[in-house]
Design a protein around this ligand. Sequence first.
Ligand SMILES: [Cu+2]
Length: 166
Amino acid sequence: MSFYSHSFLHGLRLGALGVAVLGGAVLVACGDREEPGPEAVADPEAEAHPTVDPNATPTPDPGPATSTVKVDLTEWSVTPNKDSVPAGVVQFIADNTGGDTHELVIVKDGQELAEIEGVSSGHVQALRIRLDPGEYELACLIVETQPDGTKEDHYKLGMWTKFDVR
Ligand SMILES: [Cu+2]
């Protein structure tokens, strides 16, 4: 039963979010922290998409972008060229203008919806994702361990910003 619930919700989530990563692997967070159970059924994200067929195959391509957001990644900031877009298919272009490797993660309610991993210094990579209205975060979640053992947590150093979809 609990396995069924989890698969059901996962299907909803994938169905609701068509994610395509250009030039990279498709990666969709599964929400591991969520314990399947009665409370998971009340997931507001799932309830927001009651018409999605739980048996539907995830759409690998969300379709053409309705908005494009260029996101500058550097030490230690994530700076989109706009702080909100209308709901729809958003193309994020991550531009690493810094010296370290960074990533761009789209976060909603503490869940990683999609990410562009490992953007090297001086490189640009894009992804498209369908986003519903709401408050999101754009973040780099890389944590590096230095030779002396200290951690360099990009998020804690400031690599995140709020992003609104209206
Ligand atoms: Cu970073």
